[in-house]
Write a protein that binds this ligand. Sequence first.
Ligand code: HEC
Length: 167
Amino acid sequence: MPTMNKRSAKLVAMLLSTGAIALAMGSAVAQQAPDPAKPNPVIKARQSAFQIVAWSSGRIKANIDGQYNKDDVVKAANTIAAVANSTVAPLFPVGSDKGHGWHDTALLPDAFADSYRFRQLAITLGAEAAELAKVADGGADLPAVKAQYAKLTRTCKACHDDYRAKN
Ligand code: HEC
């Protein structure tokens, strides 16, 4: 084996470190495929997002059934609209019907098979919530607010009926 001079030794060291970077990048890419044993952060995030949606929906219902406070309804409806409009689509990467977040995912694979309809339901959720905020903010009477809230919850049910596993 020929002895290496200083220059080629340097070159080898450089190539090795580039190789090390390539390897590190390779393992970073490999890490993107979720390890089924570990909680998937995307599933965790969407389950949290739906908890926020459900909490806000409960606040609206409490207002309709009890002491009605317009501002409370507007805030809660805007929260649902913000969650629906900003985060719902990226929270459903293909293949994420398997795995767990805070608990096993309830997403059904049909959401990917019917991706157009599923997306439409997510868009409708945002639109109905925004409309509820508008109706309440405009000082509508209770029956009108109630009617719009019913439209919102019908969207929850439509999506859950087809794309969320019953437990
Ligand atoms: C576009 C479809 C869609 C709409 C619309 C929708 N959901 Fe869901 N929801 C889901 C799916 C899918 C899951 C299961 C997520 C998972 O486990 O990964 C879920 C999960 C939930 C959960 C459980 C969260 C957890 O802790 O795992 C609650 C609560 C919930 N939704 C409430 C609501 C309410 C309230 C509305 C309406 C205001 C609503 N959802 C609208 C699809 C939808």
